[in-house]
Design a protein around this ligand. Structure first.
Ligand SMILES: [Zn+2]
Ligand SMILES: [Zn+2]
Length: 397
């Protein structure tokens, strides 16, 4: 991979690795990103960039004006939060905070955006403004929505907004994205079956049995995708937890069973159908056994839907750095979620994956696992993508 811009960014690499590892060693979870936000603000101020802190609680926005006149503005977004995972990498820069870990690479995202800020502050040869958006609480905390509600795009008007995530398992030097739905809407559900409970040995005929109601419900739920959703519409329904009774009491029919799971969809219509069918099936199977069912359906985040025009720009920019054959502009959607969707609902934009690499044996540590680490090797390419995107978006004089 050779590109003049990568050569220009190379001298920044060592210091950016230092920053990335410092953030990695000090992970902070949703809305607790105080040290990280302070580090970001200090770095930006050091570059002479105008800084606004406390946007959406712990979010930070840096604003840089180009040296050429222009009315357009573009938002570049990185996320800053970590996860509640016990790190097992054994690396020198491993987490120093018990039970918390940067296992999704947001330390790297923050660093790449700081690198872009550093480069662009030194060479602001663009027309208009760049808003560097450092978001808190991406991991289920609704940080993007908090920033938008806090007036992100009114206080820092953006004609387009872009996001980037590392792609674990995608080779270094490759990018992938797609126009339209790219990542799923994420929902959690809880279904509580309630019955009388009873003596499972002597008087089962006097009990209403939650175990039978939940068993039928679990099986029927998997038929929703096969029978209620059109064959070419993707959807996932998974149950992650079934809790009821006591392992010490195999002769007791539990009076309550709680089932929890997740739903992933790419369209609001499919999402609504699943929520409706879930309620109908839970209530019907509960009633069939003389029990009741309570369904709590929580929408965690919306589907990431890339806008076609900005996706084309992002694809072109990535290809200018690594070549057409290393950018998959029509990558398959994935059923993971990402709350950048909330920014894409407010402004046109595109989300892209940058390859985080594959080990020589073809394997990789996925995000959200205790051995994952962001790949420092990709920092210059990530910086180059942001810089090129700004030059492309804010080219007009
Ligand atoms: Zn994550
Ligand atoms: Zn992430």
């Amino acid at each position: 991979m050779t590109h003049p811009l990568l050569d220009e960014i190379a001298p920044l690499h060592d210091d950016l690795i230092r920053i990335r590892r410092d953030i990695h060693a000090h992970p902070e979870t949703s809305f607790e990103e105080k040290r990280t936000a302070a580090l970001v603000a200090e770095q930006l101020r050091g570059l002479g960039i105008e800084v606004t802190e406390g946007v959406g609680r712990t979010g930070v926005v840096g604003t840089l004006k180009g040296k050429r006149p222009g009315n357009r503005a573009v938002g570049l977004r990185a996320d800053m939060d970590a996860l509640n995972i016990v790190e097992q990498t054994g690396l020198p820069h491993a987490s120093t905070i018990p039970g918390k870990m940067h296992a999704c690479g947001h330390d790297g995202h923050t660093t790449m955006l700081l690198g872009a800020a550093r480069y662009l502050a030194e060479k602001p040869d663009f027309a208009g403004q760049v808003h560097f958006i450092f978001q808190p609480a991406e991991e289920g905390g609704g940080g993007a929505a908090r920033m938008v509600e806090d007036g992100l795009f009114e206080r820092f008007p953006c004609d387009a907004v872009y996001g980037m995530h590392n792609g674990a398992g995608t080779p270094v030097g490759q990018f992938r994205l797609r126009p339209g739905p790219m990542m799923a809407a994420v929902d959690f559900f809880t279904v509580v079956f309630r019955g009388t409970g009873g003596h499972g040995g002597s008087t089962p005929h006097l009990a209403t049995d939650t175990t039978i109601a939940q068993a039928h419900f679990v099986l029927a739920l998997q038929n929703v995708v096969g029978r209620n959703i059109a064959a070419l519409e993707p959807a996932v329904i998974s149950i992650g937890s079934i809790q009821g009774g006591s392992p010490n009491s195999p002769n007791v029919i539990p009076a309550e069973i709680v089932i929890r799971g997740t739903v992933r969809t790419f369209s609001e219509e499919v999402r609504a159908t699943i929520a409706r069918r879930m309620r109908e099936l839970a209530e019907a199977h509960a009633a069939a056994q003389g029990c009741t069912a309570e369904v709590i359906y929580e929408k965690l985040c919306q589907a990431v839907v890339n806008h076609p025009e900005q996706t084309a720009i992002a694809t072109r920019v990535a290809a200018s750095l690594v070549g057409d054959d290393r950018v998959d502009g029509n990558a398959p959607p994935i059923t993971g979620g990402e709350d950048f969707s909330d920014m894409l609902l407010a402004r046109p934009g595109a989300f892209i994956f940058i390859g985080n690499g594959v080990k020589p044996d073809g394997t990789h540590h996925p995000v959200h696992t205790p051995h994952y680490d962001f790949n420092d090797e990709i920092i210059p390419l990530g910086v180059a993508y942001w810089v090129s995107l700004v030059r492309e978006e804010l080219a007009a004089a």
